[in-house]
Design a protein around this ligand. Structure first.
Ligand code: NDP
Length: 321
């Protein structure tokens, strides 16, 4: 497993991160969740991404328990703050000093850890002054509760303003966590150029378009048993925009390209996002350990330029950019 630097920092993270959205504390039982974490560790993944809001706090608890016997120094743990966990009072959302301070304490308690490596603003808060948010993050870092600060789904202008204030406060934003896959390329025109200039990496979510780029969803065919598309806890709802026959037909055109590279479709999808040097890691989910074992083989793969063009051509009508 290859490592990459996170932003302009000295922190090295695995270029494939195991993420537990929709799975831990929800779609899969705890023993399966633990087996997936074990498979990730066995395959060399040391970086894990979760959020306070995933399964209403349960995802952090399950991940923390699964990693409890590991050496803390050998792990890089990412979590996030923005949405409410439990009660939805007026101060339970957003990036106020109050919510950030209470948020980090809640996450550390659920993870059963003394600190997280990366604490991320899960979205931009248009109501709280950015100075207040950045000041609170600076204090979280000074208190040693998080070692680095990142954001998620911020646009280029928000990244610029945030980085300026962070530098004034004596630290730096190191990452942005956007959706990015061969099908979803919204960050390419503005966010990536701004981030490169600012020393911010992308840690990208849903690189497999929630499993769609694995090629297992076939146009006009029944949904595969046990897949996210059949998960009534929430997954079926989040994936449904991708389950369109045109998209699914175009995805099947990637199969010969994967074959030519000696890769499986899931490996091709993950390798595709890793071709971008502003991407520090692909956040990959899994509902069973065999998927993790398959997916990690995408680390270190180089896709030749002509095959990158062939992927663009195959997916062109379905790409969101
Ligand atoms: P992916 O696009 O990697 O989808 C993962 C899902 O695809 C798995 O749960 C599994 O679902 C299926 N899958 C994985 N491997 C295979 C395989 N080899 N063969 C077939 N199917 C496979 O990413 P996610 O959508 O899960 O997101 C990844 C992470 O990104 C999250 O865990 C979270 O950490 C982060 N995230 C962040 C967000 C943000 O707002 N910042 C938003 C969303 C996610 P199944 O088997 O059930 O079909």
């Amino acid at each position: 497993m290859d490592y990459r630097y996170l932003g302009r920092s000295g922190l090295k993270i695995t270029e494939i991160t195991y993420g537990n959205w929709l799975t831990h504390g929800s779609q899969v039982e705890n023993d399966v969740a633990t087996a997936c974490v074990r498979a990730a560790l066995d395959a060399g993944i040391t970086t894990f991404d979760t959020a306070d809001v995933y399964a209403n706090g349960k995802a952090e608890e399950v991940l923390g328990a699964a990693l409890a016997s590991e050496r803390r120094e050998s792990l890089e743990i990412f979590t996030k703050v923005y949405w409410p966990v439990g009660p939805k009072g007026p101060n339970d959302t957003g990036l106020s000093r109050k919510h950030i301070m209470e948020g980090i304490n809640g996450s550390l308690r659920r993870l059963n850890m003394d600190y997280v490596d990366l604490y991320q603003a899960h979205r931009f808060d248009h109501e709280t002054p950015l100075e207040e948010t950045i000041g609170a993050f600076a204090d979280v870092v000074r208190a040693g509760k998080a070692l680095y600060i990142g954001v998620s789904e911020w646009n280029a202008e928000q990244l610029h303003r945030g980085q300026l204030l962070a530098r004034e406060a004596g630290f730096a934003l190191v990452s942005n966590q956007p959706q990015y896959s061969a099908l979803w390329r919204v960050i390419e025109p503005e966010v990536i150029p701004a981030a490169k200039e600012l020393g911010i990496s992308q840690v990208v979510w849903s690189p497999m378009a929630q499993g769609v780029l694995s090629g297992k969803y076939l146009p006009g065919a029944p949904l595969p048993a046990g897949s996210r598309a059949t998960d009534e806890h929430g997954g079926a709802n989040t994936i449904k925009a991708y389950l369109d026959d045109t998209i699914l037909s175009n995805v099947q055109k990637l199969r010969p390209i994967a074959d030519e590279l000696g890769l499986t479709m899931p490996q091709l999808a993950i390798a595709w996002v890793l071709q971008n040097d502003n991407v520090a890691t692909a956040l990959v989910g899994a509902s069973r350990p065999e998927q993790v074992a398959e997916n990690v083989a995408a680390s270190g793969v180089k896709i030749p330029v002509e095959l990158m063009s062939a992927i663009d051509e195959a997916l062109a009508p379905s790409i969101v950019n």
